[in-house]
Ligand binder design. Structure first.
Ligand SMILES: [Zn+2]
Ligand SMILES: [Zn+2]
Length: 328
């Protein structure tokens, strides 16, 4: 197999030839067809997340075909197309797992973080955490659904079903998908981008946003809720000021720069501030059912696997519209 490997945070990934991995009990081997690049991969590579092990192969928005079954796997079949998402394994017995909140498991493993991910030709995954895929899109256009879509879905659920005026801060891979979901549910989307990013604002309008502007601007209507996808803590007080009384601000990312101090007035009047962590398999099943019924327009830029560093650099610089996808 070939893989793009991180040896130390802050270093470029290195292309390596490795022996083909063999699935252990309860595991499957997946031949990767496409793996999207998530901002979390950038946090991994840039050393903004504590890494349980190194070297590591990043990548957790994987679409591929099962080409080997480990002992004891009966729920998946050879040749089946599956998705391998961020949540790679949970303990199954901690208080969070027992309460159906496996996204908060005390001893989780994450794909491309605690176990090798999809910036590779092959990946081994826990069969119980693979997602059977029956979606209309091809692998390249399916891959971004596996984190941008899934985390976006969970963030949207957290924003609340009564959030009809919805602000999205940072109009990248997650926002461009979730804007479509929100509109399908009859909500109005207000897109906030970096000041001067007229391209991203035009992209948001082309996907049906009723308004698009710079993150510091006041939207024409007060928002019922806002989701912050950009990893920028300074957006938190801005979003709190853009939501109405009782409104909610959801932070959708795994890492953010520090939040500047702000007047209590911003939070007063029962505004709520919360974060979304990881995903559960129930979230995934729910979102994939939705995506099978309502085909989403997925904007992608593809890169050969060997050019993963370039894809990461383009994401870091905000040069992408939609999602970067690696193809082995
Ligand atoms: Zn657990
Ligand atoms: Zn992700």
């Amino acid at each position: 197999m070939r893989a793009m490997v991180l040896h130390a945070p802050g270093q470029a990934l290195r292309l390596e030839e490795r022996p083909d991995p063999q699935p252990g009990p309860g595991e499957v081997r997946v031949r990767v067809q496409a793996c999207a690049v998530c901002r979390t991969d950038l946090h991994v590579v840039d050393g903004e997340l504590r890494l349980p092990r190194l070297p590591i192969v990043p990548g957790h928005e994987i679409v591929g075909i099962i080409d080997r079954l480990g002992p004891g796997v009966s729920t998946l079949t050879l040749g089946e197309r599956v998705g391998v998402p961020w949540l790679a394994h949970t303990c199954g017995h901690c208080a969070y797992c027992r309460l159906g909140r496996e996204n908060l498991c005390d001893e989780p493993l994450f794909t491309g973080h605690g176990r090798d991910g999809g910036f590779a030709t092959h990946v081994v995954a826990d069969a119980a955490f693979c997602l059977p895929l029956a979606l209309p899109q091809d692998p390249i256009h399916t891959a971004p659904l596996l984190c941008a879509g899934l985390i976006g879905w969970r963030s949207l659920r957290m924003a609340g079903s009564d959030a009809m005026n919805l602000g999205l801060y940072g109009f990248g891979a997650a926002a461009h998908l979730i804007a479509q979901v929100a509109q399908h549910e009859g909500r109005r989307v207000y897109a906030f981008t970096r000041p001067g990013d007229v391209q991203a604002q035009a992209f948001a309008r082309s996907l049906g946003a009723v308004w698009a502007g710079a993150s510091g601007e006041t939207p024409p209507e007060p928002l019922d809720a806002a989701i912050i996808f950009a990893p920028v803590g300074a957006l938190v007080p801005l979003a709190l000021q853009a939501v109405r009384k009782g409104g909610r601000v959801v932070c959708g990312g795994i890492h953010m720069s520090d939040i500047p101090s702000f007047a209590y007035q911003c939070l007063w009047e029962e505004r709520q501030l919360m974060s979304v962590a990881n995903l559960t398999r129930a979230d995934a099943a729910e979102f994939l059912r939705f995506a099978a019924r309502v085909p989403l327009q997925v904007a992608t830029t593809t890169y050969p696997l060997e050019r993963a560093n370039e894809a990461l650099a383009d994401l870091r610089a905000g040069r992408l519209q939609g999602a970067a996808v690696l193809v082995p």
